[in-house]
Design a protein. Sequence first.
Length: 351
Amino acid sequence: MTRPGATRRARRGFSMLELAMASVVSTVVLFASFSVFSMLTKSNTRTHERFISTIDLERTRRAFHAAFLSLVTSPRAPLRSEATNPRAAVVAGDQEGAAEEPQRPEPTQAPRLRLAQDFSPRVSAALSAAGTDGFVPRLEMVVSRSPVPVKRRGSLSGALNAGGASDDRDRPDTSTSGGRLAIRGAFELVPHFTTPSERRRNPDAPQMVWELWWTPLPPIPENPEVEPPPISMAAGYPVKLCGDLIRATIRLRKDSGWQSQYDAASQTELPAFANVKLEFADGTKADWLFELDFSVGVEVALNPEDADPGAGPEAGPGGGGPGGGGPGGGGPGGGRGERWQRPVRTGGAPR
């Protein structure tokens, strides 16, 4: 017969060595599982960021493509007329008579295409805070329709809302009545300082990156004495195209050289090509070459009962200056006293 004490001695628990081995094995398994899940999470995050970056890059390319193919030039004389060239004036005087005074240039008009350095306080303050300097391009243009999908409402800060209107009720609707067909806007670079969370996620992230925005601007009338009208709903609101930019270059090809600063108003002044180069913080680079296409017309179209300042003796079949807007005034120029056509809807992505 077995004694009770012997039974209790046979039921002893795990030894310290066995407990230590079990703890080590469990720790290794947990660490391996955590490493696998962490690796999958990081891979998924990188894939998602790469996917979003690809979408932003394609949206940016389409926006530039749509903008360069829908330029609206002025029916007035070029900014750089022959009368402003002394040599051309002398030649004209030799042909028509030396006593005749050379023709005076027309009053200065707002460029329809302007590539210049951005000297805005926002950009200057960002460059000073980052301790860097450089050429920050700004491309302003007048297009026949918005190069980005138009949203009826936008929730943006006052610094980015160029028109200062936070509600659609503050903007005229040109889709139901006569009004502006041309849209003035600008491709602008907005500084963005990386946050601590972004630097923890990416220790190699630069201190400051840039965001590329399309910003609608108030139209500029042909007559400088007329008060500029508000931005129409067809122009939409500022839209962010892409971010994490560390370098952006925009150049225009005119004659035999590339220009980093250029103004154009008429069709004869337009450059032949446009080159856009973008470099992102993750090493992605884009180098695009765009052709330009245009139509001729006024930027601010008056009401049907008002006269069209672009129409005159030299107006084409559709009015709006030489070439006009096509038969019947269907183009941006329009004919005298005719009602403006319904603007093209831009609810979808540019094609």
